[in-house]
Design a protein around this ligand. Structure first.
Ligand code: HEM
Ligand code: HEM
Length: 168
């Protein structure tokens, strides 16, 4: 839902955006323990308790992302989000909207695939999680940061401000 009367994201939405961004980047970068666990598990061997403990960090961070995504989606449906600025060409406004929903899809699908791989030993889920989903997440983040930079320095809109300090 887009509310043309809104100028900013709510404080709760802003806090959730940045906590989730940090947790997602953490899980994208800190993967050694989970990859080692998966190698041992899918190689048919038994992991040590230390390996399981280390892998659990990735799993719990990922499940936290899933839980926060549910809260964030509810807030989005209840509070709405500000409309894309008029300075932005219509086609790119559509691209922004679509990629924001693609992020939301990944916030759910990626943890579920991870759960399928980790707790149910599903190989297809593991492949989807570590392959295509990881790639799409990185691509969206790269495009997202580029979009924020173009807003800030080219169209000179207050889009970054409405996700940081907020616009009054
Ligand atoms: C949005 C949240 C998550 C992100 C961004 C994420 C990201 C990643 C990344 C980047 C890898 C390494 C892929 C590679 O290069 O090999 C990975 C592997 C893995 N993750 Fe996640 N993860 C998330 C949530 C979860 C959750 C909730 C679980 C389980 C409860 C999980 C279980 C796994 C497993 C089992 C692997 C190893 C897969 C394999 O190599 O076969 N992940 N994850
Ligand atoms: C893993 C990292 C990130 C993810 C997953 C992410 C995800 C999202 C999503 C889904 C939205 C749509 C608004 C909503 O419904 O909550 C959004 C908005 C926004 N993000 Fe990010 N974000 C990330 C990192 C960043 C970074 C690093 C920046 C700064 C360069 C940034 C700046 C913004 C801004 C300015 C908006 C507001 C756009 C608007 O007003 O329509 N994000 N982000």
């Amino acid at each position: 839902m887009t509310h043309s009367t809104l100028v900013s994201f709510s404080l709760a939405q802003r806090i959730l955006h940045w906590i989730m961004a940090a947790l997602i980047v953490f899980n994208l970068l800190v993967t050694d323990a989970m990859e080692e666990y998966a190698n041992v598990f899918f190689g048919g061997r038994t992991s040590t308790p230390d390996q399981v403990n280390a892998a659990n960090i990735h799993a719990y961070v990922g499940i936290t992302i899933l839980v926060l995504a549910i809260i964030r989606l509810c807030l989005r449906l209840i509070q709405g989000v500000p409309a894309e600025p008029k300075e932005e060409p219509a086609l790119l406004r559509f691209v922004a909207k679509t990629s924001h929903w693609a992020f939301y899809a990944l916030f759910f699908v990626m943890p579920f695939a991870g759960i399928g791989a980790y707790y149910f030993g599903n190989k297809t889920a593991a492949f989807a999680h570590a392959g295509p989903m990881k790639l799409v997440m990185w691509a969206l983040i790269a495009a997202h940061i580029l979009g924020a930079l173009v807003h800030q320095f080219y169209w000179k809109t207050d889009v970054v401000k409405r996700m940081t300090s907020g616009v009054r």
